[in-house]
Design a protein around this ligand. Structure first.
Ligand code: NAD
Length: 361
């Protein structure tokens, strides 16, 4: 039986990297029945939305999606398709592995981190108040009355909230992931020394969950210290679990540690559905040029194969990608010593090279 998977090519450079990724996934010998769903600038022009309802319905049917990046139109009143997708399908865990491979130009070796970011609340929930609005004035009056803080009305506000339920499930996810993938340690990252109530709740809940997993080491770090530690001694860390905002920042930091966005994969996972996607955006200035690196989406495909329990195929595809990277010949401009290196190949040639490796295994 082929695996039914929703394929969202996205926009900008998305369709090119999606095409390259589908080709390498199929070359593993695993069969897929792709339900191709357009989303992004094209559907915005035609249907007035970057995320048509059909996309959600398709993932509800197939339960698994792989997507290219989608541009967020600025100032058009459109919410990011990515944020909406995560919310609508309750994809509460954002999983971003950061692993050094031979051939990547990085200042570090032997990094093998997994960032588990809470995806649904914190400052990212989008609860914001604009200055000079009656709601905001009411809120300031309430804050003044209950806390004594007089906030300058010529300001704006974003609300940070963290719940026990969302923290429990993300920390449990991190421990379950650690257990299933034979990881040794989970580190909870927070700023509970300053945000005693919101981050404090995250931390105390994480401590409680950790007691349910005595087989896995557990520790916590304050987020600013975590940044320094990751730069100085990343090898000490394994699985990190973080609230939404810190998770976003630390996962880009980790992508930088391993050599950049071109190879950083990601997954958004909920109780019922999972969507795999590269960390990078749509890089629209390179659209249609057969130029950008498809490996981040291909590594996301490796994660998807594991999710589909096709572990052997996942291993082979990862090995093929590693071989192409280590050889350093059939790689895109971003992995060359200089971006204008004339030996850089295009998106589809990377797929050809990976497929050749797969066929020779
Ligand atoms: P971006 O990741 O698209 O591009 C930043 C730069 O990184 C590019 O100019 C390019 O030099 C490089 N780059 C990115 N991907 C690359 C690849 N695969 N190979 C080689 N080089 C690559 O970030 P941006 O310019 O901030 O965002 C562009 C659009 O993408 C925005 O509309 C943003 O909202 C959207 N976005 C979407 C997602 C998503 O779909 N999940 C994620 C991030 C950004």
């Amino acid at each position: 039986m082929p695996h039914a998977v929703t394929l969202i090519p996205g926009d900008g450079t998305g369709p090119e990297i999606a095409e390259a990724t589908c080709r390498v996934l199929e070359a593993t010998g695993i069969q897929f029945s792709w339900d191709v769903q357009p989303a992004g600038v094209e559907t915005l022009a035609k249907q007035g939305t970057v995320l048509p309802e059909e996309v959600i319905e398709s993932i509800k049917r197939t339960r698994v999606g792989i997507k290219g990046p989608i541009t967020t139109p600025v100032g058009k009143g459109q919410r990011s398709a990515n944020v909406t997708l995560r919310k609508r399908l309750d994809l509460y865990a954002n999983l971003r592995p950061a692993k050094t491979y031979q051939g990547l130009r990085s200042r570090y070796e032997n990094i093998d981190l997994v960032i588990v970011r809470e995806n649904t609340e914190d400052l990212y929930a989008g609860i914001e108040f604009q200055r000079n609005t009656p709601e905001y004035e009411e809120l300031l009056e309430f804050i003044g009355r209950t806390t004594g803080h007089r906030i300058d009305p010529d300001s704006a506000m974003s609300v940070k909230y963290i719940s026990v339920a969302a923290t429990r499930r993300i920390v449990k996810f991190a421990f379950e992931y650690a257990r299933a993938n034979k990881r040794r340690k989970v580190t909870a990252v927070h700023k509970a020394n300053i945000m005693r109530l919101s981050d404090g709740l995250f931390l105390s809940t994480a401590h409680e969950v950790a007691r349910e997993y005595p087989d896995i080491q557990y520790e916590d770090r304050i987020v600013d210290n975590m940044c320094m530690q990751l730069v100085q001694k990343p090898e000490l860390y394994d699985v990190l679990v973080l609230p939404n905002l810190y998770g976003d920042i630390i996962s880009d930091l980790s992508a930088g540690l391993i050599g950049g966005l071109g190879v950083a994969p990601g997954a958004n996972i909920g109780s019922d559905y999972a969507v795999f996607e590269p960390v990078h955006g749509s890089a629209p200035k390179y659209a249609g040029q057969n130029k950008v690196n498809p490996m981040a989406m291909m590594f996301s495909g490796v994660m998807m194969l594991r999710h589909l329990e096709e572990r052997e195929a996942a291993h082979r595809l990862e090995q093929a990608l590693m071989q192409v990277l280590a050889e350093g010949k059939s790689v895109t401009y971003d992995l060359k010593p200089r971006p204008d290196d004339p030996t850089a190949v295009g998106t589809s040639q990377v797929a050809d090279a990976v497929i050749e490796r797969l066929h020779n295994m």
